[in-house]
Write a protein that binds this ligand. Structure first.
Ligand SMILES: [Zn+2]
Length: 276
């Protein structure tokens, strides 16, 4: 099928929908200039200082650092916090909001990204499920209590050694705080905030009007949580699933696969909507 025809089909699915679920993985941030940590080489391109130390993304994203060497742990997460705080979400976020307004779509975002870019891009916080938590929230490393609070701290990081020059403290015990993110090999992540978001999403699905369209953006196969959810909604909720992915677009027909980046895919669907 010609590519233009596939974009027309995607546009038609958006236009006739009453409800849109946006599912997103790391590829959604790439067009805003964010690294997606694809493989060790991808990680070391973003964080070259870790290559000679032999530190991969999986070993950097480990909660043990906050106990053993908080300045190292916060070096990586402080750098990312600062990066996400200063990043401007790309135009694709605005295109999605425009469709929501134009076609009066009930909507919800489910993202594996911890970067807070959907909130920053203008989506309401109570319409977002962050399945792996958010870097913009903190919890105690122990944890000493179930408290989860917003990270309002400045965390300067020395770029010469990637060590944090200030360590956020727990609001209860004064010990080391950590990001409220599910890391690798993580048994102390407090999932209460994500569980509340998940409950809101379940309620949303329960009352959602048909037809439902799922727009999946940049969700990879390495950790397939987001892809599995999109397919589940396609099967259980009879949603039309539009998978936008430049490298791994595979999905069973009649679902729609668009082999392109997130922003490019959204722009082309948007053009097809204008023509219709
Ligand atoms: Zn504490």
């Amino acid at each position: 099928m010609a590519l233009a025809e596939i974009f027309r089909q995607a546009a038609a699915a958006v236009k006739r929908a009453s409800t849109m679920v946006i599912t997103a993985g790391a590829g959604m941030g790439v067009d805003s200039g964010l690294p997606d940590f694809r493989g060790d080489q991808g990680f070391w391109r973003a964080y070259p200082l870790y290559e000679p130390l032999g530190i991969s993304f999986i070993s950097a994203a480990n909660p043990d650092h906050f106990e053993r060497d908080p300045a190292f742990g916060w070096g990586f997460y402080g750098h990312r916090t600062n990066l996400y705080r200063t990043t401007i979400p790309h135009a694709g976020f605005g295109i999605l909001l425009d469709w929501i307004a134009r076609f009066q779509l009930d909507h919800f975002v489910v993202t594996s990204n911890v970067d807070g870019q959907f909130q920053k891009g203008g989506f309401a916080a109570d319409h977002i499920l962050e399945v792996h938590g958010s870097i913009h929230f903190l919890q105690c490393t122990l944890p000493c209590s179930p408290a989860i609070w917003e990270n309002r701290e400045a965390i300067p990081v020395d770029p010469a050694n990637m060590r944090a020059q200030k360590i956020p403290a727990c609001i209860n015990c004064g010990g080391v705080a950590r990001p409220n993110i599910l890391m690798f090999g993580d048994s102390s992540w407090l999932n209460d905030r994500t569980a509340q978001q998940s409950k809101r999403f379940d309620n949303f699905l329960h009352r959602s009007r048909k037809p439902l369209v799922v727009v999946e953006l940049g969700a990879g196969t390495a950790i397939p949580t987001i892809r599995n959810l999109s397919e589940l909604l396609g099967n259980g909720n009879k949603a039309t699933v539009i998978r936008i992915n430049p490298r791994e677009p595979q999905i069973t027909p009649p679902r729609i696969a668009l082999t392109t980046g997130a922003l490019s895919g959204l722009l082309q669907i948007d053009s097809a909507l204008t023509i219709q």
